[in-house]
Design a protein around this ligand. Structure first.
Ligand code: SF4
Length: 347
């Protein structure tokens, strides 16, 4: 098991040292293939709405950004995207949106989850990524059929978290939510941004240890990319963009070595910094990709349906698992072995 010092050493290696990275990534791929196989699971991503009550200092859709053009998909659009995913052979979808906690929203999500389950004969797995909610809300959505939840901590250091968020966004609340999600029976994912202002390689090593201590099932992390006009965008960053990409790949590989049987996403932020960013993530040990199925993309993809929905990714050489169940985290099955069947939901 790697120590904190070893993690810091790997993360802080000179960026000119590409041989060390090559060995690290190759080892991560070997470990992944042994622990969970070499298949890449695809989730159809549905971005339901960019309305958000929060004001995270780095985020382009923060509530205070009056320049953002707001949208919310209709029920029909969400269900059409889910049906497209199902008919195209995706095992699951991710429903993501800015954070809202009002009754209308909570009820709507519950209804949509039930409708997606019905339209897909229970076959589509559903991951939610809808921020901090009341425990009762998580329970209702799980009861409706959602079974995985992504809630990124963004920075596991409370001090760094406080520099990235306004004072009323509480680190402790986020931790509490992660605990509730686990207790309610979800497969739980979290993640961080990599290469943030004020962030050190020591912080990143601690992020990795945080994931292990929290015993997460899934992780989605990617390089930090400034959004112009946000309060954080002007803050100086210790790492250039190409260094953030390298650091993100190192983080993926090291997490794979620390937690061999979890699901790790190769995120679109990698793609934003490199045309083959997501492929590089897979080659560093990730095993999940999330093609975007929001309506405009659905339309574009419809005409490419004939085995071309992956047109913007070069997955040659990867064993892509489109139709292979929900692609659940093996770690979840291991950590919940022996739990009452009613508390679990697996396919
Ligand atoms: S909660 Fe999410 S969507 Fe809302 S401002 Fe923060 S990062 Fe952006």
């Amino acid at each position: 098991m790697m120590t904190r010092e070893e993690l810091i050493g790997m993360l802080g290696a000179p960026f000119s040292d590409s041989e060390t990275d090559r060995e690290l990534f190759a080892e991560a791929v070997r470990v992944r293939n042994r622990a969970v196989g070499d298949q890449v699971y695809l989730r159809g991503l549905i971005e339901l709405s960019n309305r958000c009550r929060k004001n995270c200092l780095y985020c382009g859709i923060r509530n205070g950004n009056s320049a953002a053009e707001r949208y919310t998909l209709t029920d029909g659009q969400v269900l059409a995207a889910a049906e497209y995913a199902w008919r195209s052979g995706y095992g699951s979808v991710v429903i993501q949106a800015g954070e809202r906690t009002d009754g209308v929203f909570v009820e709507r999500i519950e209804r949509l989850v039930r409708q997606i389950k019905t339209l897909s004969d229970g076959e589509l797995g559903i991951t939610l990524s809808l921020g901090e909610q009341e425990r009762e809300t998580y329970r209702r959505w799980f009861g409706a059929g959602a079974h995985r939840y992504l809630l990124r901590i963004e920075a596991s250091s409370p001090e760094l978290y406080a520099r990235l968020h306004p004072a009323d966004h509480r680190y402790e609340k986020r931790l509490e939510c992660l605990g509730w999600l686990k207790e309610e029976g979800y497969q739980v994912g979290t993640g961080v941004m990599i290469g943030l202002p004020y962030q050190s390689v020591e912080d990143l090593a601690d992020d990795l240890l945080f994931f292990r201590n929290l015993d997460i099932d899934m992780c989605g992390m990617g390089p930090y990319i400034e959004f112009p006009g946000t309060p954080l965008a002007e803050a100086p960053c210790a790492f250039a963009r190409d260094e953030r990409l390298r650091l993100a790949l190192r983080m993926i590989a090291l997490l794979r070595l620390l937690m061999p049987d979890i699901n790790i996403a190769s995120t679109t932020a990698l793609h934003a910094l490199h045309p083959q960013g997501r492929e590089l993530g897979i080659a560093a040990g990730a095993n999940v990709m999330m093609p975007n199925l929001t309506p405009a993309v659905v339309r574009a993809n419809y005409k490419l349906y004939d085995n071309k929905p992956l047109q913007d990714m070069d997955l040659r050489g990867f064993n892509v698992a489109l139709d292979s169940g929900w692609g659940d985290s093996r770690h979840f099955s291991v950590r919940t072995a022996g739990a009452p069947v009613s508390a679990l939901r697996e396919k």
